[in-house]
Design a protein around this ligand. Structure first.
Ligand code: NAD
Length: 431
């Protein structure tokens, strides 16, 4: 490692397409961590920008015969450590800047877990709930076709994210495979088992969140059994996390989806909640519980608040009223810089996204390795390898945070940035 130098201020002009609040949040976090990371100024400057971004328009034929065109993006932040890896989301708020922020966080997440990957993210700006299955399939296949020049098992490997799932990945895998003329399961992760998916992948992020919460609480000397937990976002991550918490004896007192939440201070009957959701397609109306809005849910008194919905949920506006003892970020970027500062002032520790939700990419890595080897592992082996990766990362973060007096977020970012910076220094800037 080169001798310590102060972090550089942004030397270039920020290109207008990256003028996005979430990207500024990601760069703001990077800048805060660089002060402590002791990395070379030129290396730090390189890491502020994504390596590559693809912006595309996706025409699809709707069921009524009309044509609609949607904006789609894929951003690759860093390929220093290996192929890039990251989810695909379908959401009305998707922008290039948002994808760039999420791609940067993926770089740090992979580096923190010492996975041989860099970060990427992509998505289509659309309302996924307005589509039929047929429309979703056509959108996915055309988007995949537009991505062909930059994705590949050794280049960039997509995965599911908000409003995409196993079926989306199966269509992506099939579309890619049709182009190259043979089955390529290793092009995406988060696929169905029948086409090379991995056991435990669907639950991995939520399981990983709870592994981190459990270990953090153990180190803090706070019992998880009986702890009151609130989970914002009862989706792929939050739904599993809620069940894993309940399995460990915690009391899940509040959960929510985009339409609002439900609260019962004695603990919710999650099996009942699941049955209700299947019938009603939402949480609203579930009893015995009180209806709460998402802003109210975040401020409920609890021991553990799991943020598993979306970005920018804890902000300067509500951070002063959060009444949790500890916050765990299952979602990416749910706490703004100001929100983070206020929670720190109030001594509410935050288990940061790049550590806490990294279980998903960890098992995605296991899926890719299994696909490449055409040799599959069982559930117990994967759970045990996942626990090893998550606790090793948490241990390195905790040790640095204690030694230097850093927040867990700073410690996680400094650890990740050093991993990437060491590799970038060794490789050098081409040419
Ligand atoms: P999902 O679509 O399955 O679930 C999201 C949940 O949040 C749903 O219940 C939805 O109704 C709710 N929600 C959405 N917008 C909301 C809002 N504005 N306010 C309140 N609730 C809202 O998505 P997911 O895969 O569970 O992802 C959730 C978060 O976790 C995202 O930030 C995603 O990037 C992150 N993440 C997901 C994975 C994964 O493996 N799925 C891995 C790492 C990180």
């Amino acid at each position: 490692m080169a001798q310590a130098k102060p972090a550089a201020a942004w030397s270039g002009e920020l290109p207008p397409e990256l003028e996005d609040p979430l990207f500024l949040q990601a760069v703001g976090q990077l800048d805060q961590a660089l002060v402590h990371a002791d990395v070379d100024e030129a290396v730090a400057e390189r890491l502020r920008y994504p390596e590559r971004a693809l912006s595309t328009s996706i025409p699809i034929r709707l069921d009524d015969g009309s044509l609609a065109v949607y904006a789609g993006y894929r951003v690759q932040h860093s390929s220093v450590l290996g192929p890039t890896k990251g989810g695909i989301r379908y959401d009305k708020a998707v922008t290039l800047g948002e994808c760039a922020a999420l791609a940067m966080w993926m770089t740090w997440k992979c580096a923190l877990l010492r996975l041989p990957y860099g970060g990427a993210k992509g998505g289509v700006r659309c309302d996924p709930r307005a589509f039929s299955q047929g429309e979703l399939e056509r959108l996915t296949r055309r988007f995949t076709t537009e991505l062909l020049p930059i994705i590949g098992p050794e280049r960039d490997i997509p995965a599911p994210d908000m409003a995409t799932d196993e079926q989306t990945m199966a269509w992506m895998m099939d579309t890619y495979s049709m182009q190259v003329g043979h089955a390529v399961p290793e092009i995406v992760t988060g696929k169905p088992l029948s086409v090379g998916g991995s056991v435990l992948r669907p639950e991995a992020t939520g399981i990983g969140v709870v592994m981190v919460v459990e270990e953090a609480l153990r180190r803090l000397g706070w019992p998880l059994a009986g702890a009151a937990c609130v989970v914002q976002g009862y989706g792929k991550v939050g739904g599993v996390a809620a069940h894993e918490l309940a399995l460990r004896g915690a009391r899940v007192v509040g959960v929510s989806d985009i339409a609002g939440g439900i609260y019962n201070e004695n603990g919710l009957d999650l099996a009942g909640v699941d049955a209700w959701r299947r019938e009603q397609e939402g949480l609203a109306g579930f009893g015995p519980a009180t209806h709460v809005s998402n802003p109210e849910l975040l401020e409920l008194p609890c021991d553990v608040l799991v943020l598993a919905a979306t970005e920018e949920q804890v902000t300067h506006e509500n951070a002063g009223r959060i009444s949790a003892r500890i916050v765990a970020e299952g979602a990416n970027g749910p706490t703004t810089l100001e929100g983070d500062r206020i929670l720190a002032e109030r001594n509410i520790p935050v288990l940061p996204d790049i550590l806490t939700n990294a279980g998903g990419v960890a098992v995605s890595y296991f899926e890719w390795v299994q696909d490449l080897q055409r040799f599959f592992w069982d559930r117990e082996e994967i759970r045990s390898r996942l626990r090893d990766l998550m606790t090793d990362a948490l241990d390195r973060v905790w040790t640095l945070a204690e030694a230097e007096g850093f927040s867990f977020r700073s410690a996680a970012l400094v650890t990740s940035i050093r991993e990437v910076a060491d590799a970038l220094e060794a490789r050098g800037i081409y040419p």
